[in-house]
Design a protein around this ligand. Structure first.
Ligand code: 13P
Length: 253
């Protein structure tokens, strides 16, 4: 069985290099535990060097975003070639916070292709803003998946991973996050859409992660029989004790 996947999305935290180093020092004390998972840390670009130096042997660097442009002169853009040459092998794409700035699934589809061309695996985020009793949110998820992965053939799609992050569950606490039944149903739905788009075999190869208020209190339950392969963790990844506890839950599955 493949190791469970654990992705830390630091977003725009911590606010100083000293704090980032302190957090990394705490995490490295649990390197044996993290080795039982496939760990990625996605810090702000300014901490890339510091993180990559300190996670060697138990974790890998991931990006929170990528430019869809090829190498060239584009002020302010970080192109896939630069990230690839720095050792980045995974990139979070289409996070709801970026979609909130106006990034569309069409932009994301371009970035997915650009990442794949550079040998970087895209972790494509999808998630509804709210759930409704009629199940309208399932159609929303189908559309997000279809358009964010548009233009890929099955071989390329097999190199992507999906992060299901319901927007309503982000940045809260374990008790306000999704429950196991809701998560399991949604994962079955996502697998079905992927199978319709790319065939059953490819759909099975695509890892589905969950993100949205994953904390030590719900990590165990959400991982159990939900069909996910791991977590994309926000705020709890900035607290070494919480993040270690989440890794502990994953390592037992
Ligand atoms: P929280 O874990 O803080 O809810 O954030 C989830 C997230 O957005 C990770 O990408």
């Amino acid at each position: 069985m493949a190791k469970p996947i654990l992705v830390a999305n630091w977003k725009n935290h911590p606010s100083s290099p000293e704090e980032a180093k302190k957090l990394l020092k705490e995490l490295s004390k649990k390197r044996k535990l993290f080795k039982k998972t496939t760990l990625f840390i996605a810090p702000p670009f300014t901490y890339f060097e510091s993180v990559s130096e300190r996670i060697t042997g138990f974790g890998r660097l991931a990006a929170q975003n990528i430019s869809s442009l090829p190498p060239g002169n584009y002020t302010g853009q970080v192109t896939p070639d630069i990230l690839k040459n720095f050792g980045v092998r995974l990139c979070i794409l289409g996070h709801s916070e970026r979609r909130g700035f106006g990034e569309t699934s069409e932009h994301i589809a371009k970035k997915v292709k650009a990442a794949l061309r550079s040998g970087i695996a895209p972790l494509v985020c999808i998630g509804e803003k709210e759930r409704d009793a009629e199940g309208e949110h399932f159609e929303f998820l189908r559309e997000q998946l279809k358009s964010s992965l548009a233009g890929l053939n099955a071989k390329a799609a097999a190199k992507t991973a999906i992060a299901y992050e319901p927007v309503w569950a982000i940045g809260k606490s374990a008790k306000d996050a999704i429950n196991l039944t809701e998560l399991s149903q949604t994962v079955i739905f996502i697998k079905k859409v992927l199978a319709d788009l790319f065939g059953r075999k490819t759909a099975e190869a695509i890892a589905i992660l969950y993100g949205g208020s994953v904390e030590p209190d719900n990590a165990n339950e959400l991982m159990r029989n939900s069909g996910i392969r791991g977590f994309l963790v926000g705020h709890a990844s900035l607290d070494a004790k919480s993040f270690n506890a989440i890794a502990e839950s994953l390592s037992k599955t």
